[in-house]
Each structure stands twice: as C-alpha cells, then as structure tokens.
Design a protein around this ligand. Structure first.
Ligand SMILES: CC(=O)N[C@H]1[C@@H](OP(=O)(O)OP(=O)(O)OC[C@H]2O[C@@H](n3ccc(=O)[nH]c3=O)[C@H](O)[C@@H]2O)O[C@H](CO)[C@@H](O)[C@@H]1O[C@H](C)C(=O)N[C@@H](C)C(=O)N[C@@H](CCC(=O)O)C(=O)O
Ligand SMILES: Nc1ncnc2c1ncn2[C@@H]1O[C@H](COP(=O)(O)OP(=O)(O)OP(=O)(O)O)[C@@H](O)[C@H]1O
Length: 447
C-alpha cells in the first residue's frame, strides 16, 4: 500500500464511487486519504440492459455499494461517513443506519465497542419520485446457501411449478452441488472482496461478524433487474428475528440481516427506489427452525450433498475434511433439530457420528438450550425450540440412553416446566410475512 494507514485511527470512511460495465460491478471505498479498496461482483453472461431498466439498475447498484461497504467500514469504524459528497434521502439513510448499527451489533459487542450515536449516514437529500413497475417477468431467484433452509424453499417453489433459478454468490463447490441437485436452472455470481481489506486486517483492523445476508440480498436485487426476475425468495426462518443476547439495552442478533426487520426495510426500499414490481421476501418467514427441519426431513435426495456447517464457506484457510465438522454450534443445532423427524440411523448416516452421545459436546448443547450460557453467535434456533427438541428425544427409547439426552433428563429437565416443552406449537406458522400472493400456495409443503 502506498498510503499506509492504521485503520483504527482513521477519521472518515468514504464511499468513493461505484460503476458497472460488461457484467462487472466495481464498488470503491477508502479511509481518509488511504488507498482505494475495490470490491468486484461478476455477473455471468450479463445481458444488455434495456433503456427502461437503467434507472432501476443504477438505484440497485448504488444500494449495493452502500450495503457492501459494511465489510470495510468495520475495519476502522471512524467517526465520519461520507458518500461521495452526497446527502441520502431519509429512507435510504434510515435503512443504512439500521443495517450498520444492528448488523454490526455482534461485532461491536465482541470488540467492546459501542456504535450507538457513531453511525450516521449523511442525510437530508431529496427523494426521487417513487419507482414504477418495470414489467419484470414472473420468475423467482432462489438463493442457495448449501444448507437445509434454501432447499426447502426450492422445493416449495417447485411444488407450484413456479419458474425459478437457483442462484448463489461465491465459489463454493458444496453450494454448486446443491444447486445442481435442485434440477433448476442455475446462476453463480462471483464476489471478490478488496484485497486491501486483508492487508488492513494484518495492520490491526477491527474485525468480526458482518450482516452478510444484506450484502447477498443487495447483489441479488441488482441481478433481478439485470436478468429479469420479479421476486427474490430467501429462506430466512422466523427464529432468525430473535436476538442472540441483550447487552446494555441493545439487542445483539447474529442473524440480524436474516430477520424480519431488515426484510421489511429492504423490500419497502426496493419498491420505492428500484421497481414497484420487484418483491424481496423470505419464503420461510412464518416458520420456526423446527418446522423447517421437519419439512427438510422429507427431502431425502439432498441428504448426501447439503451441509449447514459454516466452516465449509470460509473464503480463506482450510475447509473441514467432512461436510459436517461436528464441533460447531451449527452442526450441533442441525443434528438436534433434525433428530425428532428422522429415523435415528438415517440421521447418523448424514453426520457420520452421534453428536448426542458425545459427552465432550455438553457445553455446546447447553448453549443451544440457553442453559448456563447464551445462545451461540451462529445461525441456530431459539433456546426454547432446542429444549423442545431435546425433550422430545428424551421421551423416545432409541435416544434416551445417549449421554447428552440422559444428562438432559437427569440434570436439566427437573429445572424446566414440562408444559413449555411441547414440540407441536413450534410446527405451526406464526407472525408476519411478506410473501407475494403468487408464491403463497408454495407454503403447502409445510402441511
Ligand atoms: C464462513 C464464515 O463463517 N466466516 C466468518 C468468519 O470468517 P473467517 O475469518 O473465519 O473466514 P472468511 O469467511 O474466509 O473471512 C475472511 C475475512 O473476510 C472478512 N469478510 C468476509 C466476508 C464478507 O462478506 N466480509 C468480510 O469482511 C471476514 O471478517 C474475515 O476477516 O468469521 C468472521 C468474523 O466473525 C465473519 O465475518 C465471517 O462471516 C462471513 C461474513 C460469512 O459469510 N458468514 C456466514 C456463514 C454467516 O455468518 N451467516 C449468518 C448470516 C447472518 C446475517 O445477518 O446475514 C448466519 O448464517 O447466521
Ligand atoms: N453464498 C450464498 N449465495 C446466495 N445466497 C446465500 C448464500 N449463503 C447463504 N445464502 C442464503 O441466505 C439465507 C440464509 O442462509 P442460511 O445459511 O441460513 O441458509 P441455508 O444455507 O439454506 O440453511 P442452513 O440454515 O441449513 O445453513 C438463505 O436463503 C440462503 O440461501
């Protein structure tokens, strides 16, 4: 780097510019007068954009620039944010202030930072006229994450013969195999983080979790306009809206950009700023993790390709030797949440071992139950649904003798109210959702 900076000592984070040409979006950022950080997103076989779609595309590109900046902003968290000398309209600034504050809440908590009052996107700009309809084709982008949730969403859309494409961002071979297995047309978008970020990390930048679903959502909004789709159907369950923990009056949710608050902000913003007929939603929003695992338990053709273990999805460093590392909270939770709905031998063949018969994993399962610990910083269900799943297993002869189930019965269960441990209420849909009318019949897969 020519202008070497100490990221934690910087004063201004700058959104320098964004551009798009020949299928490549360039998103440029800088701290103070430091070197430019350039992220690139590559859209394969990108068609030429009709003139009628250019304004919508530019609005979506601008939002992607603003949202993807979160990876870089977090490296320094300087006191000032500048957007190429511009002022944002209030709804854009509201969306970004909320995303950076709540999406970085885990990052802030774990680094001992308080971002309240620090994040303020420049506001006061005039809003453009509300976007009209573009006449987008009635087809759906279904993002694939390699795990169970998106495969349930795929099968839901297939069940109503909806036209859909399985889309994923990045170069995971595991996700590619899942996408192929869906039998849908596929689309793989590449994303390259600015190499300068890793240099800043070496120089002692702040580091930690970022709201990656928001970044993926913004990339797919751009893709929807570029390739012509009227809907983007994520697979974010109801449980994703529940905070991981509360600290000094602030909710800290590892999965904030998978939650309903973000879904509402983004879907409203896309309707008003990009296209009135572009719907962004989560198809699984009314359902708990347990309702989703019950639906997934019927999808046997995916059992030998899927994995929910996030260690598979690292950009850098080694991947686990097995699809399921067996050590992380995601492996523990998915094992537990599938167990009530699958024959035991089937479950053990997916994971290659019995995680509930391994005493060394007691602390990991305790955290899932919110017993003597808070929920892990991972994409796992609510403590109460983990308790309901383990209670159900503790009543079944084939599971009762396993070390952690037996420990639950003898040590934890006596401290719980059995009336709160039923599995059935978790299988019912509840709460708000924003699923477009034409996709609602797809939810029959949960019946
Ligand atoms: C795969 C994973 O879990 N990564 C998290 C991990 O990063 P690590 O250093 O172990 O490896 P890399 O993922 O290769 O990251 C290298 C560096 O790059 C930074 N970075 C990466 C992606 C990005 O979009 N922006 C970035 O700045 C990263 O900070 C590393 O320095 O630990 C990191 C620190 O806690 C996490 O930031 C990494 O998380 C990734 C962004 C990621 O993709 N995670 C998803 C698996 C994930 O957590 N999904 C959540 C969704 C939450 C949401 O609100 O969207 C979930 O499933 O609950
Ligand atoms: N690389 C990716 N590209 C596109 N979408 C992704 C990617 N990773 C995750 N997603 C999407 O983000 C949402 C949340 O991801 P999440 O990891 O919870 O889902 P999943 O991988 O389908 O299931 P699981 O909870 O079993 O891991 C899902 O809709 C998923 O498809």
């Amino acid at each position: 780097m020519s202008n070497v900076i100490q990221p934690r000592l910087t004063q201004v984070f700058r959104f320098v510019r964004s551009s798009y040409a020949d299928g490549v979006a360039e998103l440029v950022y800088a701290f103070d007068d430091g070197e430019e950080l350039i992220e690139r997103v590559r859209f394969p076989h990108a068609p030429t954009l009709p003139a009628t779609h250019v304004d919508a595309f530019n609005a979506a590109l601008r939002l992607l620039h603003l949202i993807a900046g979160v990876s870089y902003y977090k490296a320094g968290v300087p006191p000032k944010i500048e957007v190429s000398g511009e002022l944002l309209d209030d709804s854009t600034a509201d969306l970004l202030d909320a995303l950076y504050l709540h999406g970085l809440a885990e990052f802030a908590y774990r680094n001992g930072l308080d971002l309240r009052g620090r994040i303020a996107f420049p506001r006061g700009g005039h809003a453009k006229p509300v976007a009209g309809k573009l006449g987008l084709p009635q087809r759906t982008l279904v993002p694939i994450g390699g795990g169970k949730d998106s495969l349930v969403a795929v099968e839901a859309v297939k069940s109503i013969a909806g036209e859909a494409t399985a889309v994923w961002i990045g170069n995971s071979a595991l996700i590619a195999a899942c996408a192929e297995r869906t039998g849908l047309p596929t689309l793989n978008i590449q994303r390259e983080l600015a190499p300068g970020l890793f240099e800043l990390n070496r120089l002692g930048a702040w580091n930690g979790h970022i709201p990656v679903t928001a970044v993926n959502s913004a990339i797919l909004s751009l893709a929807a306009i570029l390739y012509g789709y009227d809907s983007i159907a994520f697979a974010n369950e109801r449980s994703a809206s529940v905070a991981t923990l509360e600290y000094e009056g602030q909710q800290v949710n590892h999965q904030w950009s998978k939650g309903y608050a973000f879904e509402q902000l983004l879907s409203d913003w896309l309707h008003s700023h990009v296209a009135a007929d572009l719907d962004y939603c989560s198809l699984l929003r009314p359902y708990s993790e347990l309702a989703v695992t019950r639906a997934f338990a019927k999808l046997t053709p995916y059992f030998d390709v899927f994995s929910s273990c996030n260690r598979n999805f690292k950009l850098l460093g080694p991947k686990p030797a097995d699809r399921w590392c067996g050590q992380c909270p995601k492996c523990h939770f998915v094992f537990l949440a599938l167990a009530p709905f699958l024959p035991k031998p089937r479950l053990l063949s997916i994971f290659g071992r019995n995680l509930l018969d391994d005493e060394s994993l007691a602390a990991g399962f305790d955290a899932l139950l919110e017993y003597q610990d808070h929920k892990p910083f991972e994409c796992v269900g609510e403590g109460a649904e983990a308790r309901a799943a383990l209670y159900a297993l503790s009543q079944r002869p084939e599971w009762q003798e396993d070390a952690l189930v037996a420990r639950f019965r003898s040590e934890i269960l006596p401290q719980l109210d059995v009336a709160q441990l039923a599995l059935e209420p978790w299988l019912e849909p509840a709460g708000e959702q924003r699923i477009p009318a034409r996709l609602l019949p797809a939810l029959a897969v949960f019946d």
